[in-house]
Design a protein around this ligand. Structure first.
Ligand code: B12
Ligand SMILES: C[S@@+](CC[C@H](N)C(=O)[O-])C[C@H]1O[C@@H](n2cnc3c(N)ncnc32)[C@H](O)[C@@H]1O
Ligand code: SF4
Length: 552
């Protein structure tokens, strides 16, 4: 089969990448029956400030000569991806364009009705569906797919049963993904035991599924071998199941006996026990996030969550403090919440933080409420008088209990709170939607959209930074400067050595990175993996950093 499949994913910012397309790539790669399918994942530069793709991107997609184009759609990139798809289809009509991801899953029919460029939408998990489509070289009749027939009618195939995660290959172990050093993500389970009304986190099917214990060990082993220092476990929480947590932490301890890797993950406070804390203590902690969300009973009820029992929460934080101080996460603008309720939540965070003994709270991340399409709250929006931002990220800009003015007052309450030092504001975007003067008052500090706006760095700036080096120039021991490359929107200086050895040093704007290899007056320098990082590469990268410093 000579099928080419191109999966564009967008990553115009610091360390982001699309994990979904890596999973899909791995699934195709590991299937011997799909040996003839060539998958190309394209990293498309994209900025949330100017969410569109230019002609160069269209050309890049077409240059891969794909038979299929797969779009991985989230609320922040759905519109630009659809516009891109329309242009690609116009220039190359035989291509079959398939959309997937959370922002396609729950709007499959309307997307097909409104976007003639789309041939099909894959609902939910994509690995098995995509494999089957490629095997048949057709989307018709494949479970999990919605498509449009020749008469323009939308056909919805049956839902696909959730996959057994032990049947799905790992993108890391399959060799199709080498994440940026600062952003290794592990997915050890899918699903959640809860059904918060505002969440569409794997809205399909109940319960949770886990990868095998061996897979946990192998992926952690891979990360240690590749000298990663940090991993983010994206699971809804890692302590939903006692015996699973016990086995899981034992696997990690075996695979990383020197605790080289630090972990960031979510825990569910209502399940924390002494035994769980002991199991968690085996993992070197980086950031342990606990969803407090709100202490307002009405808001919790509207969210479908059990109202927080303050004493129980405090006991859980006491236990967790033996492992590490937690990051609490709370939300602003929850349906049913109001200014007073939000203030009480801020006060409760401060109360927990001020408990004597080991520090309980590292910080509290404050998220601006958004209502995911496909969630229950999406269909209850009118009942709660929700004003939802559209298009793009569906932020709540007001509700029947929390007016727009009160939301602004809540921002001030946070800033003027005696423990304002605890609160890290995550989302800059909705501020400008409420009042154009607000963004300058509040700096978004989290790693979400607002915190990171990519400054472009030109080739001239790079040439100046590394002068007198330039592409083509020979160095000692048969090394030379290769052509500049671009990753995630920023330039990479490449050194090429004998035997295909490479050194890749990325130049990012200063303070774009939490922990770069080196920070100079103007830049954050990030050493990208290139398959071999021996002593020779260490020396070269160090010399490059020194050169950039001395040129400044
Ligand atoms: C990791 C993660 C992040 C990371 C990285 C995000 C990134 N840029 O990739 C961080 C922390 C930065 C983040 C931030 C945000 N996130 Co987030 N995040 C996730 C999380 C936990 C995992 C996503 C993931 O990679 N999963 C693993 C892959 C394998 O699963 P998947 O994405 O579902 O993909 C499968 C299918 O959807 C399908 N599929 C996907 N693409 C395609 C394409 C094709 C062609 C096919 C056939 C199938 C297919 O197949 C895949 C494999 O089965 C999800 C929740 C979840 N567990 O899904 C939320 C989630 C994606 N995030 C969400 C949101 C809203 C946000 C924020 C806007 C929140 C905020 N308030 O700031 C920000 C903004 C992101 C940005 N652009 O900057 C929502 C998205 C809702 C939507 N409809 O788009 C989710 C679903 C959580 C939720 N509340 O429901 N997030
Ligand atoms: C991405 S979730 C993952 C952790 C965990 N599964 C949870 O929800 O408790 C981390 C935090 O994001 C916030 N969050 C979740 N859904 C949200 C939504 N729809 N709008 C705004 N913030 C949200 C909550 O504060 C939550 O604790
Ligand atoms: S918001 Fe978090 S806890 Fe609630 S259902 Fe979604 S993943 Fe689970």
């Amino acid at each position: 089969m000579g099928t080419g499949l191109t999966l564009p994913h967008v990553d115009g910012e610091a360390q982001r990448y699309n994990l979904a397309t890596a999973h899909l790539h791995a699934a195709v790669h590991a299937d011997p029956a799909l040996g003839g399918v060539e998958v190309r994942r394209l990293d498309l530069p994209f900025s949330l400030n100017a969410p569109c793709f230019d002609q160069a991107v269209v050309d890049e997609v077409l240059s891969t000569e794909p038979d299929w184009l797969g779009l991985s759609c989230y609320c922040w990139d759905l519109a630009p991806l659809l516009a891109l798809a329309a242009r690609v289809k116009a220039l190359h009509p035989p291509i079959r364009i398939v959309a997937g991801g959370p922002s396609a899953t729950f709007e499959a029919s309307s997307l097909l009705v409104n976007h003639a460029c789309l041939d099909a939408v894959v609902r939910g998990e994509g690995e098995l569906t995509l494999r089957q489509m490629l095997l048949r070289d057709d989307y018709r009749g494949v479970a999990g797919v919605t498509w449009r027939d020749e008469q323009g009618r939308v056909v919805e195939e049956l839902d696909r049963a959730a996959a057994d995660l032990s049947d799905l290959p790992s993108p890391l172990l399959e060799g199709v993904l080498t994440p940026p050093r600062q952003n290794l993500m592990f997915e050890f389970s899918r699903g959640c035991i809860y059904r918060c009304t505002y969440c569409a986190w794997k809205g399909q099917g109940p319960g949770m599924r886990f990868v095998s214990d061996e897979r946990v060990g192998h992926e952690v082993g891979w990360a240690v071998e590749h000298d990663y220092e940090h991993a983010f476990i994206i699971d809804s929480a890692i302590n939903h199941d006692d015996s699973r947590l016990e086995r899981f932490s034992a696997q990690i301890a075996r695979a990383d006996p020197t605790r080289h890797l630090a972990f960031s993950y979510f825990v569910n406070h209502s399940l924390l026990s002494k035994d769980q804390a002991r199991a968690l203590a085996r993992l070197r902690p980086h950031e342990i996030t606990v969803g407090l969300e709100t202490v307002n009973v009405r808001a919790a009820r509207a969210a479908g969550r059990r109202p927080v029992d303050r004493d129980e929460f405090i006991r859980a934080m006491d236990l967790l403090s033996e492992v590490a101080p937690a990051t609490l996460s709370i939300m602003l603008g929850m349906p049913g919440d109001d200014l007073e309720g939000f203030r009480s939540t801020l006060d409760f965070v401060a109360e927990v933080a001020e408990r004597k003994g080991k520090p309980r709270v590292r910080m509290a991340r404050v998220h601006w409420m958004l209502i995911a399409p496909g969630s229950k709250m999406w269909s209850l929006a009118d009942r709660h008088g929700l004003v939802i931002a559209q298009p793009g990220v569906p932020y709540v800009l007001g509700s029947s209990t929390f007016s727009r003015d009160q939301l602004i007052a809540a921002l001030h309450a946070m800033r003027e709170h005696p423990r304002s030092d605890l609160f890290v504001w995550e989302d800059a975007e909705p501020l400008g939607m409420l009042d154009p003067a607000l963004p300058s008052m509040f700096v978004a500090g989290g790693d979400h959209i607002g915190g990171r706006v990519a400054r472009q760095i030109s080739q001239t700036e790079v040439l100046q930074a590394i002068r007198p080096l330039e592409p083509g120039r020979w160095l000692r021991h048969e090394w030379r400067v290769g052509a500049f490359e671009h990753r995630h929107g920023w330039p990479v200086v490449v050194l090429e050595g004998p035997g295909n050895k490479r050194v890749m040093l990325q130049i990012r704007p200063r303070d774009a990175e939490p922990r770069p290899l080196a920070r100079t007056r103007r830049f954050d320098l990030v050493w990208l993996p290139s398959g071999g990082e021996g002593p020779e590469q260490h020396r070269l990268v160090k010399a490059l950093v020194e050169l950039i410093r001395s040129n400044e």
